[in-house]
Design a protein around this ligand. Structure first.
Ligand SMILES: [Zn+2]
Length: 472
């Protein structure tokens, strides 16, 4: 593992409010960041998230609410920050693209690309989906409509734009992928991207003439930088304008859902190559999920908010259920009925019950030996490997095997029948297992892990209220 670790999530669009999809990506990033902080220390990790606040979409949403785009962004952006706080997600910085410091550096980078001759002026003509904020090709359209935004008519646009020489740059991108300079994960996604680049890539427009809510193109103030391009720059601008973060460039890991992988694995890399900047190390695209077998959508009314989950399962319950639902990287289903079932089985009965019964038999006994459990001496290769390959489900399964083992230790020894020295000996034997479990849980269930470590640090152990009360 590298000596420093820079991890990002996409910056989320403020025309939407936080839902479980945003939470899923950001939570995964938080677990990796927490794991890296344990391994590399806090100052060697930089976890960045934020909000994307420009573009016609935001301007339209603001107008609908009778606000200026900036007022609207100022209102929605904190909702993301609050959602992350609620889920105990701790980014090191929350970037907003309306920050003037972001604007200045984004313009400088674009100017550099222009000066190097990778940008030219041309006419753009085609169907534009405001929902996606992008031009769609004929093959993208289904019955003349954007498949993602069937209720929003695509608009036929013809305008002067600036274009990035993506066709030429994509060959350099391909070379860098093939040389292993940066990695696209999972493997399946790597193959998809490589195939698509080999099929041929067209130049893309990177500015807009008709969108005033954006960052002006530095050499032509009649145009604004295409919001997608400008948003990608955030990963770089943050490291430049936040004091002491320059050393974190390039990112070790960009995390995202698979729908925006193309932007991150090809367009973003092309921009960086054009600007002469180092490339990110790894790009990981996780899958989509359905809610009880159905696509999550406003019209179906099945959009789940982080608050809803936290109100039912608690903060750590939500963190556990989201990351153990299916393997990170694949598509999967989130079923609330199964969530409740697994909450009761794994958290109320499994972890919660082990802690409660161990504390009960230990209460009042004074520990004689001092225990020294640290993250480094308990996190075995199997656990580390799972986390470093972003297999959260496997890392959790590894911890739950240890919970089962400790449970069996309690069952087999029937400590409630023991007294005096025998009881003390048993407690000295079982508590290191509890401490190990709690230590391994730190990146996943930080509050619970801290509570358990505090409860069992000795010298005397006291029973506490149930960690995960059963849900009926
Ligand atoms: Zn669309």
């Amino acid at each position: 593992m590298a000596k420093k670790f820079y991890i990002t999530t996409p910056i989320y669009y403020v025309n939407d409010v936080p839902h479980v999809g945003h939470a899923y990506t950001t939570l995964a990033a938080d677990v990796i960041a927490r794991y890296c902080r344990q391994k590399l220390s806090k100052e060697n990790v930089f976890f960045l998230t934020g909000t994307d606040e420009h573009g016609a979409n935001v301007a339209q949403a603001a107008a609908k609410h009778g606000k200026t785009p900036k007022e609207y962004a100022d209102e929605v952006s904190p909702r993301f920050q609050e959602a992350w706080k609620l889920l105990d997600i701790e980014p090191d910085y929350f970037i907003r693209t309306t920050d003037p410091r972001h604007k200045k550096i984004a313009q400088e980078v674009l100017q550099k690309i222009y000066d190097k001759g990778y940008i030219y002026s041309g006419d753009y003509e085609g169907w534009y989906c405001i929902g996606c904020e992008k031009f769609l090709t004929e093959s993208d359209l289904i019955d003349g409509k954007c498949p993602l935004h069937p209720t929003r008519e695509p608009v036929y646009q013809k305008e002067k734009n600036y274009f990035l020489k993506l066709k030429e740059l994509s060959q350099q991108v391909l070379k860098r992928i093939e040389q292993g300079e940066y990695h696209i994960l999972p493997e399946k996604r790597h193959n998809e991207i490589v195939t698509r680049v080999k099929q041929g890539v067209e130049d893309i427009s990177i500015s807009r003439a008709g969108v005033s809510w954006g960052i002006p193109v530095p050499w032509d103030k009649t145009q604004t930088i295409y919001v997608w391009v400008e948003a990608l720059f955030n990963y770089y601008t943050a490291t430049q304008f936040i004091e002491g973060k320059q050393k974190f460039w390039p990112p070790n890991l960009h995390l995202m859902a698979k729908d925006i992988l193309w932007f991150h694995s090809v367009i973003w890399q092309a921009l960086l190559i054009a600007a002469g900047l180092e490339l990110p190390k790894t790009i990981f695209a996780h899958g989509f999920f359905t809610i009880d077998g159905q696509k999550m959508s406003k019209s179906l009314g099945n959009v789940i908010s982080p608050e809803q989950l936290v109100n039912t399962y608690g903060v750590d319950g939500t963190r556990y259920l989201l990351l153990s639902a299916y393997q990170f990287g694949s598509d999967g289903d989130l079923s609330l009925a199964k969530f409740t079932e697994r909450y009761n089985a794994d958290l109320a009965n499994g972890l919660g019950n082990l802690i409660a019964r161990t504390a009960k038999v230990s209460s009042g006994v004074t520990l004689s030996k001092h225990l020294n459990i640290t993250f480094e001496n308990v996190s075995t290769d199997e656990y580390k490997k799972a986390l470093e390959q972003y297999r959260f489900q496997d890392a959790l399964a590894f911890i739950w095997e240890k919970i089962k083992f400790a449970d069996k230790l309690v069952d087999d020894n029937e400590p409630w029948k023991l007294k005096g020295k025998d009881l003390e000996e048993f407690i000295q034997r079982v508590i290191p297992h509890i401490q190990e479990i709690a230590t391994l849980l730190l990146p996943f269930l930080p509050q619970t892990a801290e509570k358990i470590l505090e409860q069992f640090k000795g010298p005397t152990i006291v029973s506490q209220p149930a960690l995960f009360p059963r849900i009926q």
